[in-house]
Design a protein around this ligand. Sequence first.
Ligand code: BGP
Length: 474
Amino acid sequence: MKFSQDFLWGGSIAAHQTEGAFDQDGKGLGIMDLLTSGSYLRPREITKEIESGKRYPSHEGIDFYHRYKEDIRLFADMGFKALRISIDWSRIFPNGDDVQPNQQGIQFYSDLVDELLKYGIEPIVTLYHFEMPMAIVEKYDTWKNRATIDLYLRFCQVMGEALKGRVKYWITFNEMNHIDPKTEVSDIFTYILAGLKNSEIEEPQKTLAVISYNMTLASVKAVKLLHDLDPKNEVGCVFGLTPSYPKTCQPENMLKSFQDTLQEFYQIDAMVGGRFPKYKLFEYQKMGITLDYLDENQPAFAEGKIDFIGLNYYMSAVSTIKERSDQEGAFFGGELNPYLEKSEWGWSIDSVGLRYLLNFVYHKYHLPIMICENGLGAEDIPSKDGTINDDYRIDYLQKHLSELKKAIFEDGVECFGYLMWGPIDLISATTGEMKKRYGFIYVNKHDDGSGDLSRVPKKSYYWYRDMISTQGVN
Ligand code: BGP
C-alpha cells in the first residue's frame, strides 16, 4: 500500500512557537508574548508590560525568523511536500486597527513562502494560531466584540492579496473548538484563543458562547473572502479533536461518550452544513443564552462552507457516567484508559484512535481531511556523542501512520496530507517551555536560557525521510 504521489507529507509549526523576534520589524505584542514559562502556564494579568525577571522562551523562540532558510533546507532534505505555517496577526497589524498594515511583516511571510516554493514545498497557511494582537484584547474586548470579526477579515484580506497565487491552502483558525460554554474550559484555552482567563470572566457561559459564535462567524466569512479573492484557494479550518470512548458498555455510558465526542463538532457542523446548528441554539436556550445577531448573519454560513477539514489528533479520552476523578494526566477530563500507554506529559498514546477519528469525521461530513497535527512530546536527552535516538517517536509515528493507511486503503477515508506537529523542536503551547520536544530536528536551546540554537537531526529525521521517499512503504 503506497500513498499517492501527491500526498502532502510534511509538518506543522506556528509563528509564536518558532519565530522569536517578538518585538522586531514593527511587530506588536501578541497574546502569546505575555506567557511566561512553567508547567501549565498561568497567564498573568492582561497588561502590555513584560515583567522583568520572568522568562519568556517564546520571545526568542527557536529564532526561525532569522534561520528559516536553514530550517527549510532541512525540511526539503527530508523530502517535505508541505509545511503548515501560521501568520502572526500582531506582525501585520501591530495595534490591531492600524490604518496601514506593517509592510515588514508582510515581506517576511512573502519571503518565507517563496523559500518554501523554491523547494517545491506547498505552503499551508493558518491565519489564526493563537496570535491575536494584545491591542485587540485591550481596545476591543477580544472575540466578545463583533468588531473583532472585521479586524480579522481585514487581516485575512491583506494576507490573501499578498500571497495570492502562491498559497493555495488556507486555514482560518486553529482549534477554536476548545471554547464551548457547556464543557469545562481551562484558563489555558480561553487565554490562547482569546487572551482571557476563564476563571476571571464574568458570566462565563454567555461569554464563551459569544466568543465561540464570533470565531465561527469570522471563519465562514474568511472562507468566502478567500474564495472570492481567488477561486483556486482551498480553505479549511483546523480542529483539535479528542474522541471519547465509554468506560463501560452500560447504555448510559455509551450515550455519554457519544455526546462527549459530538460536543466538539458543532462548529464543524456550522462550517459544513451552511447554518449555525439548531441543536446548539437549543442548548443555549436551555442555558438561558441568546445570541444577539444570529439571524442577520445566517446567510454567511451558507456562503462560507469549508473545502476540507483539518484534524489535530494527539489522544483519545474515556467518558464515564460516574463523578469525574482528577487523575494525573487526564488532561482533557475523563478517566485514563488502562489499555493505553501515556506520554511523559500524561497524554494517552492511541494510534487506533486516529483511525477511529478519521472514520468518524469522514462519515459525518464526506469532506477531504488533512491531518494537520500529530506527534509525541518527549524530553529527548542527547546521548554522550550528541546523537538523539528517539526510537519512541519513530514507534509512535509508525503506529499512527499504519492506522492512517488502514483508514485510507481499507476504510476509504479521503485524507490528502499528514503534517506532523513540530518537525523541528519548538516552544510548547501549553507549558510555554522547550523541554517538551516534538521534532525530527533537535534545537539546542534549554529553558534556563542556555544553548546556541544549533540544529541537529534526530534518528527520526532519517526515518521520516525514508518514509516519504518510499511513499509510506517503509
Ligand atoms: C495543539 C496546538 C499546537 C501545539 C500542540 C501540542 O493543540 O495547536 O500549537 O502546541 O497542541 O501541544 P503542546 O505544545 O502543549 O505539547
